[in-house]
Ligand binder design. Sequence first.
Ligand code: PEP
Ligand code: MN
Length: 296
Amino acid sequence: MRETWQERFAESPDCLKSARRRQTTVPVLDLEIGCGQFVTMAGPCSVETEFQLMASANHVRRAGARILRGGAFKPRSSPYAFQGLGLEGLKMLARARQESGLAIVTEVMSEEDVPLVAEYADILQIGTRNMENYSLLEAAAKSARPVLLKRGMAATVAEWLRSAQLILDNGNPNVILCERGIRTFETAMRNTFDVSAIALLKQVSHLPVVADPSHAAGNCELVPALARIAVAAGADGMIVEVHPNPAKAWSDGEQSLDFAAFDEMMADLEPWLAVRDIRPPSRRKTAQALSLVAVG
Ligand code: PEP
Ligand code: MN
């Protein structure tokens, strides 16, 4: 007889849907991720300058993003590449939140940095290279911030769910799974976007699932198509790289959308979202988020 999903993912029981738990919604400021909306997180790969970050924040907010992304601690493929601004970058992100009302998602790379990053971020991002860094996962879980857990670039869905289970086991229910592409024999794209993992997780897990079309594609021309596919697969949102001048970006410029391309992608997604009965976030909600930040 065919193995059930429950049997296949038996090591991650708390990640699986049950009669008691159909869907987890993760609260982030005034937002909820996983409640049937499609939440867009957008911004530069790396925080570079005050101007670059503020211009990006204001632009992506106007185009419908609800969360600002930007790395202050960067895991780079080369040890000689830009490693991020660290604390200075976190401070810029906090100022961008203050000014734009957008929540902040940013990567934390080491266990020791968790308290610092958690002070500034609304969501802690665990990068693909750290999906199996269990001491980091434990520290991130204990920070009580929601955790965006990217799939390891060579991790199976079962391994990915085991990492999610470890976060749940450490008392943090607010896990968001992020499919960002995996390594396969195909080299034309930076990674292979495993859309079947999104469909599978939406079927078996109650945790919200978001897509990262930017790191999956590695090329800005493919990003809108992958975003569309993520919507069709039932993703709860996406995280996407946007830069005011991608040609001059300090990291991942080739896969970053410029402002015009981001606007076009967001507009083009509307009919696809409408098929799922999702409407773009209203202005009122954005205004509410701004007042929430101002008083809080
Ligand atoms: C990023 O989000 O910029 C990043 C480094 O992502 P990943 O860990 O998926 O490579
Ligand atoms: Mn990047």
